[in-house]
Design a binder for this molecule. Structure first.
Ligand code: FES
Ligand code: FES
Length: 163
C-alpha cells in the first residue's frame, strides 16, 4: 500500500492503496463518485472518461500511481455553486435541451470529453466536435443530438456565454 495525494474537482484527496488500482475504481468505490461509468473496462468505449491535468483519459486504464499530484475532474465537478444556487454546467444544460442524453451510460464520459474540447478552445464545427468525441461510444442517440448540444454550448461560449 502506498499513499497517493491528488485533487478531485478541486478537493484534496489522499488514498492508501496498491499503486496499480484503477483510477475508475478509486473514484467509484473508494471516493463514492459514481458519476463516472464503466462500460468495456478496456479503453474502448470512453464511458469512464475523466479529465486528468487537462487531458481526457480513460479512467479504466489509468493506475492510481500515475495520478499522484494531479488534478482530476469528473462529471460531479461540472455543476456550479452549492445548495439552492447549484446549477448545471452549460454543457449539461445543452445535453438536456437537445436530448443528447438517453440511457445516460455514455453521458458522463461524453460531457468530460466535450468539456475538455471546449476548455481547449474548441468551436461549434461539426467535424471538430465529432473528432473530439471519437473515443466515446453511444448506443442510443446516433450522436446527432450530442454533437448539437456541444455545438450549442460552443456557440454560446463564443458569443460570450459561460459554457
Ligand atoms: S470503461 Fe473505460 S474505456 Fe470503456
Ligand atoms: S445515451 Fe445511451 S449510450 Fe449514449
Amino acid at each position: 500500500m502506498t499513499a497517493f495525494r491528488f485533487l478531485v474537482n478541486g478537493d484534496p484527496v489522499e488514498v492508501d492503496l496498491p499503486g496499480m488500482r484503477r483510477l475508475l475504481d478509486v473514484l467509484r468505490e473508494d471516493l463514492a463518485l459514481t458519476g463516472t461509468k464503466e462500460g468495456c473496462g478496456e479503453g474502448e468505449c470512453g464511458a469512464c472518461s475523466v479529465i486528468l491535468d487537462g487531458q481526457v483519459v480513460d479512467a479504466c486504464l489509468v493506475p492510481i500511481c500515475q495520478v499522484d499530484g494531479s488534478f482530476v475532474r469528473t462529471v460531479e465537478g461540472l455543476a456550479h455553486g452549492a445548495g439552492e444556487t447549484r446549477r448545471l454546467d452549460d454543457l449539461q444544460a445543452a445535453f438536456l435541451e437537445t436530448g443528447g442524453a438517453q440511457c445516460g451510460i455514455c453521458t458522463p464520459g461524453m460531457l468530460m470529453a466535450a468539456r475538455a474540447y471546449l476548455d481547449a478552445g474548441g468551436g461549434p464545427e461539426d467535424d471538430a466536435i465529432r473528432e473530439a468525441i471519437a473515443g466515446n461510444l453511444c448506443r442510443c442517440t446516433g450522436y446527432t443530438k450530442i454533437v448539437e448540444a456541444i455545438a450549442n454550448a460552443a456557440a454560446d461560449l463564443e458569443a460570450g456565454g459561460l459554457a
